[in-house]
Design a binder for this molecule. Sequence first.
Ligand SMILES: Nc1ncnc2c1ncn2[C@@H]1O[C@H](COP(=O)(O)OP(=O)(O)OP(=O)(O)O)[C@@H](O)[C@H]1O
Ligand SMILES: [Mg+2]
Length: 352
Amino acid sequence: MVFLPDFHINMTKNMNNIVDVVGLDIGSSSIKIVALNKKAGEKILTAYNIKTIPSGTKYSGMSDIIKEAFEEIGLCSPEANLAVSGPEVIVRFINLPKMDKSQLKEALTYEAEKYIPFNFNEVVLDSLILGDAQESGQMNVLLAAAKKEYIESRIKMVERAGIKVNIMDIAPFAMFNSFFNAEKSLKQGEGYAFLGLGHTQTDVLISTGNAPCFMRQIQIGGKNVIEELMRGMGIKEKKAQGFVLDVPNKDQAEKESVSRIITEVIEGLTREIQLSFGYFENRYNTSISSVYCCGGMTYRAETINFIKQKLGVDLLRWDPFEKIKISENLSKSDIDTVAAQLTVGVGLALRD
Ligand SMILES: Nc1ncnc2c1ncn2[C@@H]1O[C@H](COP(=O)(O)OP(=O)(O)OP(=O)(O)O)[C@@H](O)[C@H]1O
Ligand SMILES: [Mg+2]
């Protein structure tokens, strides 16, 4: 999904003067940077970073953190592909009579308002023809809209850090792209779900075969876990974060409270995921055969096991770096420990 079709230069130089494509995923808890060098058909990870955003950081402080995140890994004067996500971004899968790309663009200037809950003059629109629909004479179209105000404030934030924005992609689609780069193809006609379990939200993307047909962002994530721990146990944020990260704790009663509170939040999240799965299965008459997941919340085994058990399907991971070489100065085992959080960044850096 390209929100800025006029930006077409997509190169950046790192200190070794190697030309890289950079993915910049500004999450709500941390900033992720992935720099890929694409030469002679090969993709090489040349640099990456995950920089925590200190809690309480205001919009005005974000540019400095982004700048530092780039400087820490020696990337200078870069351009980057950016992820957009959240309530200001809307994706719809619609059916329209068959037409070509330019006719679609024209038609959407009249039609889009039917599908998006925002004022037409306040949004940036993009669309993609996905292929023929089952109904004859119709085609499946992916319609994406993001509030102009949101897009402009993201661009400003990044530009203030000295970085030019190249492509803007919707985070769940970047996650999906990273899967395709790493994995085998998906079986035609089968349902697949992709979950991005982040800090403020959980992305749900469902496809039949390799054609995406449902997307939803559930506003529940790791932040809710921390807030509930703070509220339920009367503790400070730092302590709650420690519990989430499984800092050893000998206090059995405290351990049980932590486990109960985390489970309650994850149960609420799983219910929402199940609703999405149910909607998809009814509408497309296809069951979901595999569920793949990424994001920081997947590190906690208890969380994954709980969702697995409730959904009744295995939760699989993929290695976003499977088909990407790792530069000699980086350690694959270090990368493996944070790969689940770098997935969107990889998907962004794969875009040209
Ligand atoms: N080792 C860990 N164990 C459990 N949870 C973890 C671990 N590491 C990170 N998390 C949780 O994962 C979340 C961060 O994940 P991630 O980096 O994917 O989110 P984000 O991209 O910042 O958020 P969003 O995409 O929602 O804006 C935090 O809530 C954090 O508490
Ligand atoms: Mg994220």
